[in-house]
Design a protein around this ligand. Sequence first.
Ligand code: ADP
Length: 491
Amino acid sequence: MKPVGIGMDLGTSGLKAIAITADGQTVAEASATYPLLTPRPGWTEQNPSDWVEAAHQVLGELAQKLQQGNWEPVAIGLSGQMHGATFLDKQDQVVRPAPLWNDQRTAQACAEIEAAIPRRDLIQRTGNPAVTGFQLPKLVWLRQAEPEHFAQTAHVLLPKDYLAYVLTGQMATEPSDASGIGALNLGLQDWDTEIIQALGLNPALFPPVIPSHGVVGSLKAEWAQALGLPQGLPVVAGAGDNAGAAIGLGLSSARPGRGSVSLGTSGVIFVPTQKPTPDPEGRIHLFCHADGGYHFLGVTLAAAGSLQWYRDKLAPGVSFEELMEEAQSVPPGSDGVVFMPYLAGERSPYLDPDLRGAWLGLSLAHGRGHLTRALLEGVAFSLRDVLEVMQPLVRIDRLLAIGGGARSDFWLSIVGSALALPLARTPIEEGPARGAAILGLVGAGLYTSVDEAISATAPQDSEIGATATNSQPLLERYRRGLQAVQGFKGK
Ligand code: ADP
């Protein structure tokens, strides 16, 4: 039997598991979905029991495929949506549905946190200000809004760490996901008890922090028997979804200069770093990576999401390829039209939920191709704004282009020239589950370090020819557009 690592990613819409060989080939996959609950506007929750049910189904299906292929699982590594809060009572029962990363109920709790710990201090210690989606504000919210549930709460776990607890009976977390709670000291890669105590919270609420490739515990006998998995299979802590995806792509803090740009629903720039030096204003995130280092993360909320909205609402039935072709016949700069991609407010580098989108500079001479090209350019420049905050803090030589928007060479050429950086393509499509599986292989002892595992599993990237256009005048025009929408509040 040949060894494989299992990676399981607990996403927002569903759970995905894959198994990879020691050299990174995917040999089996399985997935299941679960509902997202929105009990009130701005609230997003999930029932942790839905995650457990999905894990049972997905692991069972995967185990069967592995048996058929004569593969031997050596570990399960986990990854998942960050920031969520699973509240458990003294008997380790779930107290209420878990609020998720995109839940917006905690504005007052964030103000309370920054009143107790000055914002600059919080950024220096944890890498980030108090952010509404993070776990710590959810705990502070629970104390104020649902005191009876707070009184019952003995432990709070991140989503994937709850799954590890259910699989093993042991509670633990690891730095990459824990740094999205809001109470992890980046330098120590452990809890900042001064922050926790300044908020009047008990540090014992949080589980111990172990390395991302560390073993949380062994798969419980009842799970192993029911699913047909080996007795005592190690369950490895794993990584938050962004760090997990980066491990899968071969992005390590030991190899500076390489990062990724994702043109998914949101746009994300991810760059590993060895030093925990945050942007003093907290305009971009700094989290722990899953390899002992750190990573910067900047998010533009509506990237390919802007294109999807535009196609669905204004050009229904038209394919993305057709839209791209029309846009390609328009010159760079869209003959004076600029698009502001703030359809969902903005995260980095201008944290403003009330910012809104716009096309500016329209005339009777413009057509749909101009609107499309301006949209593609606008998203690219909003990513450039993220990059400009990051570049003084970390070396960036080139970025791997990922996400649905990266299917378009044309859009990538626009992004490459707006960022003034070479972009590259990768054959990897598995997302965070792959990184979780790689961390599983390290935890099982097949590799001595995460970096060694990355070297053995990372595929060759292919560079995309850079377009050497001077985008400076267009960037300046974009910034004038931004000032215009910042000065315009429709409400
Ligand atoms: P998510 O972040 O939700 O996982 P994906 O990474 O799958 O999203 O990206 C989906 C987005 O990719 C769609 O919203 C769409 O805007 C964009 N997209 C899909 N196909 C193409 C294409 N051929 N050209 C450009 N963009 C595309």
